[in-house]
Design a protein around this ligand. Sequence first.
Ligand SMILES: [Zn+2]
Length: 251
Amino acid sequence: MIQNPNRVALLLSGGPDSTTLLYDLLNQGKEIYAVTFNFGETEGCNESQHAQRIVTNLHSERLHHYQYDFSEQFKRFYELPQPQFLRKAFGPFVVAPNKEEHVQPFGSAIALMLMASWALKHDIVDVYYAVHSNDAVFHDNHASYFEALHTVTVECEGDEYGVTFHTPYLSINKCAVIQKGMGLGVPFGDTWSCALGGTVHCGVCDPCRDRRTSFEILGIKDPVLYEHDIFAESREEVNILESPKHISVVA
Ligand SMILES: [Zn+2]
């Protein structure tokens, strides 16, 4: 029997989107069980460290943080040095998403079903995931996909234990998420986006470009350090108006 509908689980990567959702849910009075996975991705260690710092600095009794490191198991399972599981937004500079290059088959289903299983073990049926409209270029970030995963949990465990995947930012873009985060006091300087495993953000990978561009569009200084600042180095080459049409820069 699920006892407390105010208990929710959150996939917390330590990035700006999931951190904004964390602050959003705390602001709504939720009791949050935040989970950070390390599946062996290049950015896995950085994400875990940043998520931990964000949680520690919040000092909230309504926030419980759990970290799980499956990196060695998944590296061995897939025989890859850095397997990827969740498709992340690409910057508006990239013409088309490369769906096949990094992500393992059913990668997001593995991550989200693992989360669903963990949630039910903690008497939670509401899982929050901070994907936004930039992420929705990938089929496994569509609302229909999350509804299908919910159906699987109902078929497997019964109506009472069906897990709902809440994606409250799916209808807004990254700019709007960051804008919301600014209003909630999110410490963006403590968040991590880079897909590479460096000590500072590289500035040129897709998640870095997506992040950096979103701050630039908003006219807000991104507090993290970049190894390469695409706007400072080649401002004349960057034209945000040339973004692919399926990415709207205004929510
Ligand atoms: Zn990067």
